[in-house]
Design a binder for this molecule. Structure first.
Ligand SMILES: [Zn+2]
Length: 365
């Protein structure tokens, strides 16, 4: 005997239970979870009964409405009788009534009350009993707990500022990202100083940069130039990767007294731009590459001659012109003999005119 399985699709009801009455509200929430559906596709999903549904879409819907698949659809299974069994009464079965063609009455929707248990705000509840802002505040308070049930006073401005963010769901997801959670737990510990230097020890750098921005925004940390801080961090990592101690010594002095010095001057005038720090990174990288190349030729900076300089630039002038900064600095610092650095420039964007080009083509044809 085959079992006939059917299901109810209750997305519309659940959207309404969460105070969501338009399809366009659902589209961005799906997109946040990597499900890119058009408005018309979501419309079909909400108003029709889908025959097929991908598991990522179902998982995203369950996440949005913090429910289980059992709530989004409710399947029913019942045994389908063969035609010859239709009128046969099974043992123990009560006398069957005439078949009622109407669909079974809908089960009660069991919609929970929509007011937040904590603040009483009516609206979309993030999880059982709590609205989004209250859920975020509770989670953040738990993460920033310094061990005595409270938040250390230095972090209170950050707590108060962060809990009022416009998208509490994104905030909760962020604080529970494993490395962010670890950083916040570390800052919550009263033994950790809340300083830029303490943040420098944390990783990965992108998350540290974002946390640093937030702490500066809420006045927990003094303002510093973001790009300059990122550059210093990059420089520290890059310098420790140089294996040759002599090279490391020279590059450290060049980076400190030339590149970093210049960026600090920029910072005094205004925010340092990414282009300025990128240029500094390129100069340091080229300097390291030049010293390595020189070593392979069996030379040191002090024994480098004009032939070496010419060979370095030959055929790769544009790629290596940023070495100029290092070589000029090395000459000023008396680490390199005075050399002539190649200089190529073109002020004319069109080296030959259209007339000349056509004349040349005619000669060739
Ligand atoms: Zn609330």
């Amino acid at each position: 005997m085959k079992r006939q399985v059917s299901y109810q699709w209750r997305l519309r009801e659940i959207m309404a239970a969460h105070g969501m009455f338009t399809i366009s509200d659902l589209v961005p929430l799906l997109a946040e979870r990597g499900i890119d559906l058009s408005v018309s596709q979501v419309h079909r999903l909400a108003t029709g009964i889908p025959e097929r549904l991908s598991l990522p879409v179902l998982a995203a819907l369950c996440d949005i409405f913090t429910c289980t698949p059992g709530r989004a659809d409710r399947h029913q299974g019942r045994e389908r009788r063969r035609p010859q069994d239709r009128y046969r009464q099974r043992p123990g079965e009560p006398q069957r009534q005439a078949t009622d063609p109407r669909p079974p009455p809908p089960r009660s929707m069991n919609i929970p009350p929509l007011a937040c248990d904590n603040c009483g705000t009516e609206g979309w509840r993030y999880r059982r009993g709590l609205c989004g802002p209250c859920a975020l505040a509770a989670d953040l308070r738990a993460v920033l707990d310094g061990g005595d049930g409270g938040i250390r006073p230095e972090l209170l401005p950050f707590f108060e500022g962060f809990r009022t963010m416009t998208n509490p769901r994104a905030g909760i997801q962020w604080i529970f990202t494993p490395h962010v959670h670890q950083m916040l737990r570390s800052l919550a510990d009263p033994a950790t100083p809340i300083t830029h230097e303490a943040l420098d020890e944390m990783s990965p750098w992108r998350s540290v940069a974002y946390l640093r921005d937030l702490l500066m925004l809420h006045g927990v940390l003094p303002r510093v130039d973001r790009h300059l801080i990122l550059f210093q961090r990059w420089l520290r990592d890059t310098l420790t990767e140089i294996t040759d101690p002599d090279h490391q010594h020279v590059i450290t002095r060049f980076a400190t007294w030339h590149v970093l010095h210049r960026l600090r001057r920029f910072a005094e005038r205004g925010p340092v731009t990414a282009t300025q720090t990128d240029s500094g990174r390129a100069e340091v990288r080229q300097a390291i590459a030049f010293l390595n190349w020189l070593s392979q030729r069996g030379r040191e900076l002090s024994s480098c001659g004009q032939a070496d300089i010419d060979a370095w630039y030959a055929g790769a002038y544009n790629a290596r012109r940023r070495t100029h900064a290092f070589l000029r600095w090395a000459m000023r610092a008396k680490r390199l003999h005075r050399m002539t650095l190649p200089h190529q420039t073109t002020t004319n964007p069109a080296p030959i005119s259209q007339h000349q080009r056509l004349a040349m083509l005619r000669r060739l044809l």
